[in-house]
Every structure is written in structure tokens, then in C-alpha cells.
Design a protein around this ligand. Structure first.
Ligand SMILES: [Fe+2]
Length: 280
């Protein structure tokens, strides 16, 4: 099976559309979305509709909830003021989105049920944040030196879920953590490392992995291009691998959408459109 793993779309319709066009070329069987479909960006209604159309076509394996999807339905908790303003505007937008408003809200309501917060298929585990805190925990590259944290997270993957490879989003920073302490840290590979050292294809071998798939709509690794992962995987297969993909999209068009929204309300702060220009 070939999967496209996408995450953190954040209501960026242009990024989402361009990413789906790129995914079409990869001949994947299914798409898994690891959460944060909405929040921050200017086109929540269109992004929910796009995911609903993937579901209707049978292309969607799963859509997990992110903390922003959760906040759109249940209210923002622990958000900074910019994220909170944006998610409250998102909720209002969806509620006032006409005849299909209830379909859209029902979908977000469905994915934010407690039993929908992770998805497992054989030894593959999918979450938004981390396997021990599905919605809110961040696992950053700096954590390679936090042995207790990574040891605990890897042990959740193997003991609680009997899984081996865990895919996540939430930080908006792509990279692979390997359950192997190399010197004073856990082994970690950025997409650039994977390109330079493994010719772009990272093999799923005997070691457990935590894989951050990056962000479609608001990358924060200094590269504004959308990011997603193609996973080629058969249970028990010896040629299983993952590949990071970067996709150009019309950033200026998304910035224009932010400006359109700002003409009638002040709840999408300027920083949110500035940051997508340079991927921060
Ligand atoms: Fe996010």
C-alpha cells in the first residue's frame, strides 16, 4: 500500500489543493490526515469540504483530530491570543456556512470524539501530537537529548499499542526519530539528511521510529513549501520506506485570502500570514 500522510493544513486552501495535486502523481492508495485541518488560516469551510470530498471518493483512510479541530468544536484552551482569535473566527465561520454547515460541524464533531484520537493499522500508529498525549504534546528535535521523554514515548508505541512506527504532526517540523541512542542523543534525521544520506528514501527497518510528517499549510522549518510524506508499506515487507515531499503553492494567494478576511474582521492576525511566507 502507498499512503500519503498529511497534517496541519490549517485552513490553507491553496497549500491543500497543490498538495493534493502532487499526491495524485504519487499513485497512493489512501490518504491519512493527522489533524489540524482548521485553525490559523483563512479558508476553513473550503478545507473541510475538500476533506469531505476525499472521504466521499474513498481516498481517505483516516482524519485524526488536532488540537485546533478540537478547539473549533469545544472551545480554545491554553491557546495564545492569536490562535484563540483565529479558532473562534473559524468556529463562527463554520456555523454560518449555509446549508452544509451541519455536515461540516458534524464531521469535525465526529473526528474529535475521544475514541477517534489515534489510528492504528498493524504496526503503524498515527496520532496528532504524541502517543502519550494525542492532542497536545510536542516532540521536537531538541528532545533527542531528553532520554526520559523519548524512552517513555517509544515505550508507549511498543507496549501500549504494540506498534513499531508512529507517525505524527503538531510541531509543523518534519523529521524522523530512531529508537537508537547514538552517543549522547537519540538518532534523528531531518528531510535534508534523508535526502543527502539515503537518497531521499528512508527505510523502515528493525528500529522503532517516530516520524513527524511536517505541515501542509504552515511549515515551520524555514521552508515555506508544503510538506507531506509518502509511505510505501506492506506488513512484513522488506522494502518499506518513507519519502518526504515538498510542494510549491501560491503563497501570495493565501496571503490575499487573509487580507480579504481582515477587511471585515480583525481576528486573523498579521503574523499568521507573515509566517507562511518564510515557513516559520
Ligand atoms: Fe498545528
Amino acid at each position: 500500500m502507498r499512503y500519503a500522510l498529511i497534517s496541519d493544513i490549517h485552513s490553507n486552501l491553496e497549500a491543500f489543493r497543490s498538495t493534493l495535486q502532487d499526491i495524485e502523481k504519487q499513485q497512493v492508495d489512501k490518504i491519512c490526515c493527522l489533524g489540524d485541518l482548521v485553525g490559523y488560516g483563512p479558508n476553513p469551510v473550503e478545507c473541510v469540504d475538500l476533506i469531505l470530498s476525499l472521504k466521499k471518493k474513498g481516498k481517505l483512510e483516516v482524519c485524526l483530530p488536532g488540537n485546533h479541530d478540537q478547539a473549533a468544536i469545544f472551545g480554545a484552551e491554553g491557546f495564545n491570543y492569536m490562535a484563540q482569535d483565529a479558532i473562534e473566527w473559524t468556529g463562527d465561520c463554520l456555523e454560518r456556512s449555509g446549508a452544509k454547515a451541519s455536515d461540516r460541524l458534524d464531521f469535525l464533531g465526529e473526528i474529535t470524539q475521544p475514541q477517534s484520537r489515534f489510528f492504528q493499522k498493524n504496526e503503524l500508529l498515527f496520532v496528532h501530537g504524541s502517543p502519550r498525549n494525542f492532542l497536545n504534546e510536542y516532540v521536537f528535535e531538541e528532545d533527542v537529548e531528553d532520554f526520559k521523554k523519548l524512552e517513555d514515548i517509544f515505550s508507549y508505541v511498543s507496549k501500549k499499542f504494540s506498534a513499531k512506527y508512529c507517525f505524527m504532526g503538531h510541531t509543523h517540523v518534519p523529521g524522523v526519530f530512531v529508537n537508537n541512542r547514538d552517543g549522547g542523543k537519540y538518532e534523528y534525521h531531518s528531510p535534508k539528511d534523508i535526502q543527502d544520506s539515503f537518497d531521499g528514501k528512508f527505510k523502515l527497518g528493525s528500529e522503532m521510529l517516530l516520524v513527524n510528517v511536517g505541515s501542509v499549510g504552515q511549515p515551520r522549518d524555514g521552508n515555506p513549501q508544503s510538506c507531506y510524506v509518502v509511505l510505501d508499506y506492506e506488513p512484513g515487507g522488506s522494502n518499506n520506506y518513507l519519502e518526504y515531499k515538498r510542494v510549491d503553492y501560491d503563497v501570495a494567494k493565501t496571503v490575499g485570502e487573509f487580507e480579504r478576511v481582515r477587511k471585515s474582521c480583525d481576528r486573523l492576525h498579521i503574523f499568521l500570514s507573515e509566517r507562511i511566507k518564510d515557513g516559520r
